[in-house]
Design a protein around this ligand. Structure first.
Ligand code: SAM
Length: 251
C-alpha cells in the first residue's frame, strides 16, 4: 500500500486541498477524484459519516487512511476540528468550458467580474452549488480555486463548473448585469440560460462587462444605502431566479 503521507507530499502542489470532513463529504458526493484522504481518527470520521452522510460512508471508508497526529500536522497548516483532510484533482479547463458551453442550459451561470475577496468567491460557489447553477466564472486575477476560496466553498467546487475567463469568453446566453442603477429585478423573470454578472467589491461592473450586458438589473434597496455585499447580491438574485420558476437541478 502506498504511504499516504508520501503520496500527499507528491501531489499537494497540483491538487485541491479538502480541509475537514464536510469538504471531503461534499467533494465525494459530487464525484471529485480523491487520490488521498487522511484522518487521525478513522473510527470518529466514519461515525460522523454514518450520522451525517450515510450516502457516502462506504466511499469514505474506502478512501480514509489513519495517520498519526504528528504526521497530519505536517500536511495541513491548521488542523481542522474534524481531523480529516484530503487532496482532490482539479477539473481541467476543458471540462469546465464544456460544461459552461453546453446548451440548452437549465440553470444560470454566475459571473463575478474581477472579484477581490476570496471569502466572497467561496460563498458564491457554495450558493451556486446550492441553487444548481451551471457554473461560476470569474474575470480578473483572482484564482477561483485558491485554497481560501475552496475553504469558503466547503468542497462544493465539484458541484458546479468553476473557471476563470476573459469577458469576451463568457458562455452563451443573455447577460443580466446586476447594478443598483438597473431595472428592478422584481419586475423580471430571469431565464434559465441567463448569464448573471456581478461587479467587483471595490468598483462595481467593469466597462467591458457593461458593454456586454443585455440587461441592467437592480436589487431593491432604500435610497440611503449604496450597495449590498457581493455574495448576498448573488444569493438574492439566484433566489429570485428560483422563486420565479427556475428549479435548482437535482431537486
Ligand atoms: C459591493 S457591490 C459594488 C460596490 C461598488 N462600490 C460600486 O460602485 O458598485 C458588488 C456588486 O454587487 C452587486 N450589487 C450590490 N448591490 C446591488 C443592488 N442594490 N442592485 C444590484 N446589484 C447590486 C453589483 O453587481 C455590484 O457590482
Amino acid at each position: 500500500m502506498t504511504d499516504p503521507v508520501r503520496l500527499w507530499r507528491q501531489l499537494a502542489d497540483a491538487s485541491v486541498l479538502l480541509d475537514g470532513f464536510h469538504a471531503l463529504k461534499h467533494a465525494t458526493r459530487f464525484r471529485a477524484e480523491v487520490p488521498v484522504a487522511v484522518t487521525t481518527d478513522r473510527e470518529a470520521a466514519l461515525a460522523l459519516a454514518g450520522e451525517l452522510a450515510p450516502d457516502v460512508r462506504d466511499t469514505l471508508d474506502a478512501l480514509l487512511t489513519e495517520i498519526p497526529e504528528a504526521a497530519y500536522a505536517t500536511l495541513v497548516a491548521r488542523p481542522h476540528p474534524t481531523s480529516v483532510a484530503a487532496l482532490a484533482v482539479r477539473p481541467s479547463r476543458e471540462t469546465n468550458l464544456r460544461a459552461l458551453a453546453r446548451t440548452p442550459r437549465t440553470a444560470p451561470v454566475v459571473v463575478l467580474d474581477n472579484p477581490r475577496n476570496l471569502g466572497n468567491a467561496g460563498a458564491v460557489i457554495r450558493l451556486a452549488a446550492g441553487f444548481g447553477a451551471t457554473g461560476v466564472v470569474t474575470t480578473g486575477t483572482l484564482d477561483p480555486w485558491h485554497p481560501t476560496v475552496v475553504r469558503g466553498g466547503a468542497g462544493l467546487h465539484f458541484a458546479t463548473a468553476v473557471e476563470r475567463l476573459d469577458v469576451d469568453e463568457l458562455p452563451p446566453g443573455p447577460v443580466f448585469a446586476l447594478d443598483p442603477e438597473g431595472d428592478d429585478i422584481r419586475g423580471l423573470k430571469l431565464p434559465d440560460d441567463a448569464v448573471l454578472a456581478f461587479g467587483s467589491e471595490r468598483s462595481g461592473l467593469s466597462a467591458a462587462l457593461r458593454a456586454r450586458a443585455d440587461h441592467l438589473v437592480s436589487l431593491p434597496m432604500r435610497p440611503q444605502v449604496s450597495s449590498y455585499n457581493l455574495a448576498t447580491s448573488v444569493a438574492m438574485t439566484l433566489f429570485h431566479w428560483s422563486a420565479t420558476g427556475g428549479a435548482p437541478t437535482g431537486s
